[in-house]
Design a protein around this ligand. Sequence first.
Ligand SMILES: Nc1nc2c(c(=O)[nH]1)N[C@H]1C(S)=C(S)[C@@H](COP(=O)(O)O)O[C@H]1N2
Ligand SMILES: [Mo]
Length: 327
Amino acid sequence: MFIRKKFPEPRACDITSQSIYERRREVLKMLGLAVPGLLIGCSHDSNAEAEAPQISLPALDVAKKSEFSTSEAQTSYQDATHYNNFYEFGTSKADPARNAGRFHPQPWTVEIAGEAEVTGHFPLEDILKPHPLEERIYRMRCVEGWSMVIPWVGFPLADLIARYKPTSKAKYVAFTGIQRPREMPGQSDAVLDWPYREGLRIDEAMNPLTLMVVGLYGHVLPNQNGAPLRLVVPWKYGFKGIKSIAKIEFTEKQPRTSWNLSASNEYGFFANVNPQVDHPRWTQATERRIAGEGFNLLGNRILTQPFNGYGDQVASLYANMDLKKNF
Ligand SMILES: Nc1nc2c(c(=O)[nH]1)N[C@H]1C(S)=C(S)[C@@H](COP(=O)(O)O)O[C@H]1N2
Ligand SMILES: [Mo]
């Protein structure tokens, strides 16, 4: 069935950076064990990059490092930019890096619409200008059961929202991705109803953890990670973090979202990381961490934390809600 193929289980070798792979080989040799053939079969685009990433994209001026950052081991730049979900460029993890080269994130306009005093079409430069950039190292958890630790560069969505002055009717913020089938080969596929759509309740959008992101690892976002502007909501499953945002709209009603429209029994509007609410087809109690140098026989599998470990900052947003129903 079509839907069953959407989030295929990753092969372990797909998510092992070259440096970790080589370290594993060394460890196995040291222990006098044979190096399994399975691992040898997995090749990466570049060996050098994983050790010392040569980031060709422009560096960003990062004004401050955030107190919200985790100190956990970071995912390599290679893995964060070559193991992606971005269905506009194809449904396999390697597709976005491979197919996003034709995409032009410059110039870029964002439409601000709906229940706000200031609306219109704004060049991205104007949207970004007043906001000092900061680095936030966040845990990211995909609904498929893998996670990464990524140093994002961006600014709080709350600061952007304040400039456009939402009215008292603005209960939600709806985000729409870009539709450019000529630059995005995956949009010829009706796997989702394009353009990609996501949304947050206004208090979720205003939470200080919620970021508008323009870069990672100190540099401008690569196309495959959502250039030039994307959302990052670290306590929710990764699909809430819409990439390449074209429109931000303030609404009175809860907006429709792509994954909820596609399979409402599997992907809810809230999509808070919740180890107690399994996906209908797999557990959400654990995750495979794609980061660090660890040699872990369980394949870097760790326990998933409620709200992805950000409960202190966000649990109160859901105090009166049944999170089993509002998954
Ligand atoms: N426009 C758009 N945004 C998207 C997606 C997508 O397919 N299209 N995939 C989502 C999913 S499922 C995940 S896990 C994250 C992955 O972000 P990353 O590749 O930067 O790690 O992007 C999210 N944002
Ligand atoms: Mo995801």
